[in-house]
Design a protein around this ligand. Structure first.
Ligand code: PA5
Length: 465
């Protein structure tokens, strides 16, 4: 199992002002955590609780359909193109970056074992899109349009560009190159895929985008590039079993949730940094940032009080950001808790050759990059302790589908527990919806006319000021 080490949040290590009396806090919150975990597990099947993500690891039917489709199209496409925003793209991108060999899209087909390249288009920058479209042979590209609401303006705009081009180049056959992943009942994409006859995968009810990585949203792209999705879901299931333990002493998601909550509420740590010490895990930090920000950044609590909760998540990359952000983390405002992701084993080794005998760099010769990496993370942690900065380390045995399932699911449960501690709804996103609606209004969507007029006036005033 992956492990959590929280030693460096203790007051014995980083002092009274910044640290916690963990044993006491675990005792104080024992009952609360027990209740939260019981509630999560007993409510997960109730409609409207938005907890269906807790069942995704067990969804044999989706796994079966995904594998069946992936087998059907195996060898047919050179490229997979994912169109999606936020939760519809970040998990897929994070896991593919972690599990596929680095520089996957630059490898030859043979080096990729005949599996396709994969591109995640999660922006609408015309320069980026035009460049990508120039690279892709659309005849050999499978486009997966992913949107739970079925109407997100960015995704639908991307889809419209792609549909038009593909239809022009491929004629009616273009339909075989499109898959939709969306809601079963609602949304424009659902209507369109019915009309056009696209192969369609469904996102279960009560699964919000940022909690959807283990639905077809993530599993389909993973299977298409040859990632073992059953190993992933096995990791999810094993972690789920472990996190059903209602005793905080034996539940790492509850521990990290409580630590983050207390660091925020009692010690003023308003920022949560995610810092993987592995290049392959760099997009896990992006995924975490969305999960943490969108789930916990809320104006009101469940009793409708204005609370403005949430820590600002920040991504950092070890060792790269030691030479960029660590100066601030050590000496700037003591307002952060840092999460290190540490690997026990890299997949491959690399020895630094012993080529200089009498120079200031000869000490490096004969060591491995892994040794250097470990020295770097240890020294970063040691310096943070010197400056009394709280940090936790999550150790991952190796980057495998199994451990990625464990890791991401652990963060999902941690987020849900933290939301319950804040007494907020971690599963809605009114702030995101607001800006989505404003975009619809400004772009002239029917039904948004009043809002458009108001908004135009507001923007005019702002600009005039
Ligand atoms: O977590 C969420 O719910 C959001 O980030 C959505 O994933 C994002 O806004 C995209 O929404 P949709 O999948 O409806 O296009």
């Amino acid at each position: 199992m992956i492990e959590l080490n929280y030693r460096n949040v203790k007051k014995d290590i980083i002092g009274e002002e910044n640290g916690l009396n963990i044993d006491k806090e675990f005792d104080n919150y024992r009952e609360t955590i027990h209740r939260i975990i019981c509630e999560l597990n007993s409510n997960k099947d109730k409609p409207g609780q938005k907890l269906q993500w807790m069942n995704l690891g067990y969804n044999e039917e989706t796994i079966w359909y995904v594998k069946e489709y992936a087998a059907l199209v195996e060898g047919r496409f050179d490229n997979i193109l994912i169109l999606g925003m936020g939760g519809s793209a970040l998990g897929g991108k994070a896991v593919c970056e972690a599990l596929l060999p680095p520089y996957w899209n630059y490898l030859t087909k043979e080096q990729r074992n005949n599996y396709p390249r994969i591109f995640f288009l999660d922006n609408i920058d015309p320069d980026q899109m035009n460049s990508l479209l120039n690279i892709l042979d659309l005849k050999k590209t499978l486009v997966n349009v992913i949107t739970k609401s079925g109407s997100t303006a960015e995704v639908m705009a991307q889809y419209m560009v792609l549909k038009d081009l593909m239809e022009k180049q491929l004629g009616d056959d273009y339909r075989k190159n499109v898959i939709a992943t969306t809601d079963k009942n609602i949304g424009i994409l659902k209507q369109l895929s019915d009309q056009e006859g696209y192969k369609t995968f469904y996102i279960p009810d009560d699964v919000e985008g940022r909690f959807s990585v283990f639905s077809a949203v993530g599993l389909l792209p993973f299977a298409l590039v040859g990632i073992d999705i059953e190993e992933i879901t096995q990791g999810v299931k094993d972690m789920d079993l472990s996190l059903k333990n209602t005793d905080i002493h034996n539940n790492i998601a509850a521990q990290n949730a409580l630590i983050h909550y207390l660091m925020n509420m009692k010690r003023g740590k308003n920022i949560s940094v995610m810092m993987p010490y592995s290049n392959r895990l760099r997009y896990i930090a992006d995924w975490y940032c969305q999960l943490w920000a969108e789930s916990l950044g809320k104006e009101r609590d469940r009793d409708n009080n204005i609370v403005n909760t949430g820590q600002t998540p920040v991504k950092a990359l070890g060792v790269t950001d030691q030479h960029s952000q660590i100066q601030l983390y050590n000496e700037g405002p003591n307002d952060k808790i840092i999460n290190f992701l540490r690997l026990k084993n890299f997949d491959s080794g690399l020895e630094i050759p012993n080529i200089f005998e009498y120079t200031g760099i000869s000490y490096l010769g004969g060591k491995t990059m892994e040794q250097l990496y470990n020295a770097e993370i240890d020294s970063t942690i040691a310096s943070l302790i010197d400056y009394k900065r709280p940090n936790v380390t999550i150790t991952i045995p190796q980057i495998t589908p199994y451990y990625m399932g464990q890791l991401l699911y652990m963060f999902e449960v941690q987020t849900a527990i933290t939301g319950a501690l804040y007494n907020i709804d971690a599963f809605n996103q009114p702030g995101v919806e607001q800006s989505k609606n404003y975009t619809y209004a400004l772009m002239g969507r029917t039904g948004y006319e009043d809002s458009a007029n108001e908004l135009k006036a507001k923007l005019m005033n702002t600009i005039a000021k």
